[in-house]
Design a binder for this molecule. Structure first.
Ligand SMILES: *[C@@H]1O[C@H](CO)[C@@H](O)[C@H](O)[C@H]1NC(C)=O
Ligand SMILES: *[C@@H]1O[C@H](CO)[C@@H](O)[C@H](O)[C@H]1NC(C)=O
Ligand SMILES: *[C@@H]1O[C@H](CO)[C@@H](O)[C@H](O)[C@H]1NC(C)=O
Ligand SMILES: *[C@@H]1O[C@H](CO)[C@@H](O)[C@H](O)[C@H]1NC(C)=O
Ligand SMILES: *[C@@H]1O[C@H](CO)[C@@H](O)[C@H](O)[C@H]1NC(C)=O
Length: 417
């Protein structure tokens, strides 16, 4: 894992404190240890009973090892890990380490005993992310722990894996924020200690959890989560508000389309409109018959007018409904909607805002001879529902041929995403 750069939207969370070995240094230490062990074994084979040979090596050789040619059975390296030391002779030791992202479960060191059996148990390397199997049901958020996980359940679900209907307050089991450092004896006899990724060595000699959320989330320049950040021992996790799911990059939040997923309760005859962070059930209605004017119920097209009814001829010949989901605080000016007619028979079109509560933030303008557009003119802090009614009138030699009404509703999310 590379040190994170500001604004990097990756799942790489490692914070490498000054006291910790970097990857290069760690590799070189491992290589040195391997060389040391190989040299140690070679020295043993060449001069089996000269105890002095091993004296300049950091690891003392038990003298009884010199006397034995008896061997223990061959051992295997764990999957996703390595075994250091090759000698199977009585008195010798082998060591096990795991690859990055895995931790050792079982014996770190095994010794070949006098009765030609190995001490300890065969270790294995276990993936560090206990959440990798997605153990939380019903959109619960998984929090990785020490060989365990905790599910943060959405409202309406509870239980260890969020499988039980019913609401309980979400809880996180308290995790220790301090750990013991890993220490190794250096060649000169000095001790060198380091901490796991996400921990920082304190003057007292303990590894203290780095609170990545406190460190990075409050500053927009270094923000690591699009919405909320949860600090965990050694790492952090991003959280999203209801109606969003954590994006595969583990930092951003993605809107859930409740309408496509049938996760809505809109009744039959209602239209489901997906919005950022939720959905709305709408039921567009054509105006009731009035002044000899009536509309086709399904399309809101005007029925033919009685020949002599001026009121009917002046009424809109069509009414249409449009629903626009919008994020909060979008930059302006922004074109939200375009209108034109496919049956343009006159010589000019005029566009106007004729009503609606959202009048303060909208404007209408012509974009070409046959098209008008609705503009958002100032940012809207959600949540809000803004309605605006637009009229497009068609003229021929300054005589009104007909008009069309567009009823536009913008659903503004409480979030900017
Ligand atoms: C070998 O010796 C160890 C103690 O040195 C003992 O615990 C173990 O049970 C012995 N194993 C066998 C198979 O005798
Ligand atoms: C993880 O938990 C085990 C006990 O279940 C404990 O022995 C071990 O030290 C813990 N590891 C860390 C890194 O906290
Ligand atoms: C749909 O469910 C929400 C809560 O889940 C409720 O507030 C709303 O009234 C319901 N709508 C209908 C049309 O049943
Ligand atoms: C409705 O139509 C009738 C004739 O069809 C007409 O006499 C009357 O004036 C019309 N009403 C309006 C309000 O236009
Ligand atoms: C939108 O902008 C307003 C004013 O700048 C601010 O108070 C509000 O918190 C912003 N809303 C969001 C969701 O960022």
């Amino acid at each position: 894992c590379m040190p994170r750069s500001p604004r990097a939207r990756t799942s790489c969370v490692s914070v490498i404190p000054q006291e910790c070995l970097n990857r290069q240094q760690a590799l070189s230490v491992v290589q040195q240890m391997q060389k040391l062990l190989v040299a140690q074994e070679a020295a043993h084979l060449q001069a089996p009973c000269q105890a002095g040979v091993g004296s300049r090596l950091a690891v003392p050789i038990p003298t009884h090892a010199c006397l034995s040619t008896e061997m223990c059975p061959q051992l295997a390296a764990p999957l996703n890990g390595r075994m250091l030391g090759r000698s199977l002779r009585v008195g010798h030791e082998v060591h096990f380490i795991c690859d990055a992202g895995f931790r050792l479960v079982g014996s770190e060191t095994r010794a070949c005993r006098h009765n030609r059996t190995w001490s300890g148990t065969q270790p294995f390397c276990r993936s560090i992310d206990d959440c990798s199997s997605n153990p939380c049901a019903n959109s619960g958020t998984c929090v990785d722990g020490n060989q365990s996980y905790t599910c943060l359940c959405p409202p309406g679900w509870s239980g260890p894996s969020c499988q039980t209907p019913g609401t309980l307050a979400p809880t996180i089991s308290p995790c220790p924020s301090n750990r013991q450092p890993r220490c190794a004896e250096g060649r000169s006899g000095s001790r060198r200690c380091s901490c796991d990724t996400g921990f920082q060595l304190q003057p007292g000699g303990v590894c203290q959890d780095v609170d990545e959320c406190q460190l990075y989330q409050s500053n927009p320049q270094t923000q690591i989560c699009l919405h909320d950040c949860l600090n965990l021992p050694g790492s952090y996790r991003c959280l999203c508000p209801p109606g969003y799911l954590l994006h595969a990059d583990r930092n951003a939040c993605e809107d859930v389309n409740e309408c496509a997923g049938k996760q809505h309760n809109c009744s039959q005859g209602e239209l489901c409109i997906n919005t950022f962070g939720g959905y709305r059930c709408v039921h567009p209605k054509c105006p009731p018959p009035r002044h000899n004017t009536s509309y086709v119920k399904t399309s809101c097209e005007r029925n033919p007018c009685p020949m002599d009814s001026r009121a009917c001829h002046l009424a809109a010949s069509s009414i249409s409904f449009h629903y626009l989901p919008l994020q909060a605080n979008r930059t302006v000016p922004r074109v939200l909607f375009k209108m034109s007619t496919t049956r343009f028979v006159g010589d000019s079109l005029r566009f106007a805002i004729t009503g609606g509560r959202g009048q303060g933030v909208f404007a209408v303008r012509r974009s070409d001879r046959q098209t008008g557009e609705l503009l958002l003119t100032s940012p809207v802090a959600g949540p809000a529902t803004l309605e605006v009614e637009l009229e497009m009138s068609e003229f021929s030699h300054k005589v009104l041929l007909g008009k069309h009404i567009f009823k536009v509703t913008a659903f503004v999310s409480p979030y900017v995403f």
